[in-house]
Design a protein around this ligand. Sequence first.
Ligand SMILES: NC(=O)c1ccc[n+]([C@@H]2O[C@H](COP(=O)([O-])OP(=O)(O)OC[C@H]3O[C@@H](n4cnc5c(N)ncnc54)[C@H](OP(=O)(O)O)[C@@H]3O)[C@@H](O)[C@H]2O)c1
Length: 328
Amino acid sequence: MSALPQYGKHLHPRETMRAIVIDRYGGPDVLRLATVPRPVPTRRQVLVRTRFIGVNPKDVVVRKGKFKIATGNKFPLIVGHDIAGEVVDAGLSCDFAEGDLVYGMINDRAGRAYAEYAAVDCRQIAKAPSSIELRVAAAVPLASQTALQALRDNAQVKPGQNVLINGASGGVGVFAVQIAKILGANVTAVCSHRNVELVNELGADRVIDYTKTDLVDLEERFDAIFDVFGNYCFDQLKHLLTPRGTYVHTIPSSRIFKDVARTVVRRRRAKLVIVRSRSAQLDWIRQQIDAGSLRVVVDRSFSLNDVAEAHRYMETKRARGKVVLEVG
Ligand SMILES: NC(=O)c1ccc[n+]([C@@H]2O[C@H](COP(=O)([O-])OP(=O)(O)OC[C@H]3O[C@@H](n4cnc5c(N)ncnc54)[C@H](OP(=O)(O)O)[C@@H]3O)[C@@H](O)[C@H]2O)c1
């Protein structure tokens, strides 16, 4: 390793760690194991010894360079956002103690999660759920907070409302179905036939197989449409919204930005969720998990050495729930 990773201001010159880095944007093979300096936490950060890492489509997008307007051209770069692990340095202004098991999401643009250690702002993590393994907890932060923010904050879902969730069997969708139910909604979930049983088990009131039905042809009306998979747009589905209904999209594009801008003073609105990690949200999610109200679905786990394989699997867009890396 010649160059230093991007969080240079936090470096401690003597300590090192293993990390998955990229030296350029590209396919899964650009991911390589390297020895890099270990980060040193600032006052508002804790140092987490990462045990498990959640893999998200965003990691793939960053690795491909599709987000390089934000992630820049400084390499090597460590990608990834979701971690679960143990606090080894509790920081000076944080309410954590050494040995605490925590989970959370690093809000930075590229991430920094694919490493043995991560220095994380203590406002972006929380105590891990006690009723599930840490491996399973790593699958939770980004996807569950996306679902929570889309449904509760963007669409302001209320008890008794009708909610449509497109992409209900993926990483975000499995949380969205359950969180919509916790918020008291009637949930219509959309997935392919192979996932109908899973989505039913998660509590959906009705499941639509997208291979048989085009959502455009539905006759029902919804107070909120959460287009998790993002293969529709506001104009295609706005006729399915109630007069004050909200359509929430997940993928930033010029089209959704225009839709958001032109509907801001309309009754039927388009919104884009952009997930941010917050301890209070993670506390709420932990309570739901430990109370048995929110189930975490992990599809596959890979070792850190097999990170390229994990990315190839994510790129199939057929994951059933979440994918996790074991740091070992
Ligand atoms: N803006 C944000 O803050 C934010 C945050 C999180 C995620 N996202 C974005 O949200 C999207 C979904 O994320 P994710 O983690 O849920 O992805 P994911 O786990 O990769 O989604 C996989 C799921 O998509 C389903 N799927 C595939 N084709 C579909 C189709 N035509 N219609 C409906 N469902 C289909 C698959 O179900 P079947 O196998 O049944 O087809 C599979 O279960 C990604 O583009 C991601 O980048 C954005």
